[in-house]
Design a protein around this ligand. Structure first.
Ligand SMILES: [Zn+2]
Length: 265
């Protein structure tokens, strides 16, 4: 049976060019629709690949200030999730997000301790929020080690889950992450998790500002043709959402089945 991981970023109101910022009323709609049907959100490290147990994963990338509202809403439903933190920007504004209309603030360590205390898993999202595939493998390893050490020092945890910044990953990177002790790695490939997926290359359904509860339900329990339609729709949005990655590295990655894959969300 398939499992499902949703990828959120900021959940905020106000004018925004970025497709990844979800308005609060949409977020509450998602929770209400899924909760009413009995779905329960769990952390990535709690997901049992292949189980059909009525659970799905909520993941939130970047740990923006709006995460505190997300955690509070999840608590109301008895849910929890996984947040992926770019450790070099903890407590700072997202100056790395050069394509954004407005810059968001990242949570500080004290706030992240609150999130962990609420039962959320804290995962690695690089240190500098650069695409790991743009670096030599040794530098990518150093980046992940640096992020992990910061979390161990500030939160007292050894992170075992990793979200590749911009979803950029290669087979070599995934193998390196596994050798470092990461047990789960998530990408931005818009798809459900099948039993045959490597735990270090788990796809996620990105959630965009225009997504309704019906869109999320189509991914969770829609007919196969409906899921295919969602995949195609999400890939189209991703093709138009590569601004930050392109400005940061000068690269334009087209989604493909090549060794290096980039799924921007
Ligand atoms: Zn990110």
């Amino acid at each position: 049976m398939a499992q499902h991981i949703f990828a959120y970023h900021a959940v905020e109101d106000g004018f925004e060019l970025s497709a990844t910022t979800v308005p609060r009323r949409r977020w509450r709609e998602h929770c209400r629709v899924l909760s009413d049907l009995g779905w329960r959100a769990v952390r990535v490290d709690e997901m049992i690949q292949g189980a059909d147990d009525g659970t799905f994963c909520i993941t939130v990338d970047d740990a923006y200030a709006s995460l505190l509202d997300v955690v509070a809403t999840c608590e109301c439903h008895g849910w929890r999730g996984t947040v992926f933190v770019p450790t070099g920007y903890v407590g700072k504004v997202a100056s790395w997000d050069v394509g954004a209309w407005r810059t968001h603030r990242h949570l500080n360590w004290e706030e992240l301790r609150e999130v962990a205390a609420a039962g959320w898993e804290i995962g690695v999202h690089g240190h500098t929020h650069t695409a790991l595939t743009d670096k030599p493998i040794a530098a990518a390893r150093q980046e992940l080690q640096c992020a992990r050490s910061a979390m161990e020092q500030e939160l007292g945890i050894v992170a075992t889950s990793l979200a590749y910044p911009f979803g950029a990953v290669s087979k070599a990177l995934a193998e390196m992450a596994q050798a470092m002790g990461f047990r789960h790695g998530v990408t931005m490939e818009p798809s459900q998790v099948e039993e045959w997926h490597s735990p270090l290359l788990l796809p996620r359904w990105p959630v965009y500002r225009m997504d309704t509860g019906a869109h999320l339900l189509a991914r969770l329990c829609g007919a196969p043709w409906l899921k295919q339609l969602e995949r195609a729709r999400l890939r189209t949005i991703q093709r138009f959402s590569q601004g930050t990655r392109v400005r940061m590295s000068g690269k334009m990655n087209i989604i493909s089945d090549a060794a290096e894959q980039t799924y921007v969300g």
